[in-house]
Design a protein around this ligand. Structure first.
Ligand code: 6U4
Ligand code: NA
Ligand code: NA
Length: 158
């Protein structure tokens, strides 16, 4: 039987149009640059989890979160589907700080380090960066270095 693990992923954009990426220092995705996020805890909404994880991982407080996409990840021979809710914030306060989990850095769009990110990121990130409509993505991984199946389409998120 498959189960779903609900996660958030938040991308921060500044007025210079740079994207804040975090180098994950521990746990799932260690050594990869990524947005900020984690598991939704019991009793919180998905946007609340996104806001909490953002603050925990890089110190910023989101004033406004926009839903940009939904990603489902499956790993071959693993019954757990990772359901990742992707948000963007352009309105936030606070100071970017390094945390135990993440080492944050602003990237110009042309410098985003795709070769040190999840393999699926070069597929859906450009869609996000162009400001396209909300997207739905599905990726089936074999291990962490091979994508066996992929899908990316526009959708309307609730
Ligand atoms: P802790 O250690 O509790 O703070 P936790 O809440 O367990 O962290 P974590 O850090 O494991 O969550 O969450 C994984 C993060 O990685 C989430 O933000 C979602 C993101 N993520 C997972 N798979 C991804 C993938 N294939 N591509 C991607 N982001 C992914 O871009
Ligand atoms: Na996390
Ligand atoms: Na967490």
């Amino acid at each position: 039987m498959t189960t779903r693990k609900v996660l958030t992923l938040t991308l921060v954009r500044n007025i210079a149009d740079e994207v804040l990426m975090g180098l994950k220092k521990r746990g799932f995705g260690e050594g990869k640059w990524n947005g900020f996020g984690g598991k939704v805890e019991p009793g919180e909404t998905i946007p609340q989890a996104a806001a909490r994880e953002l603050t925990e991982e890089c110190g910023l407080r989101a004033h406004y979160l926009t839903k940009v996409g939904l990603l489902d990840f499956e790993f071959l021979n693993d019954p757990v589907i990772h359901e990742v809710h992707v948000f963007e914030t352009r309105e936030y306060s606070g100071t970017v700080v390094e945390t135990e989990e993440m080492s944050p850095k602003w990237y110009k769009i042309e410098d985003i380090p795709f070769n040190e990110m999840w393999l699926d990121d070069p597929i859906w990130f450009p869609w996000y960066l162009k400001g396209g409509p909300q997207f739905y993505g599905y990726f089936l991984y074999k291990g962490f270095d091979t994508i066996l199946k992929q899908e990316l389409k526009s959708t309307d998120l609730p």
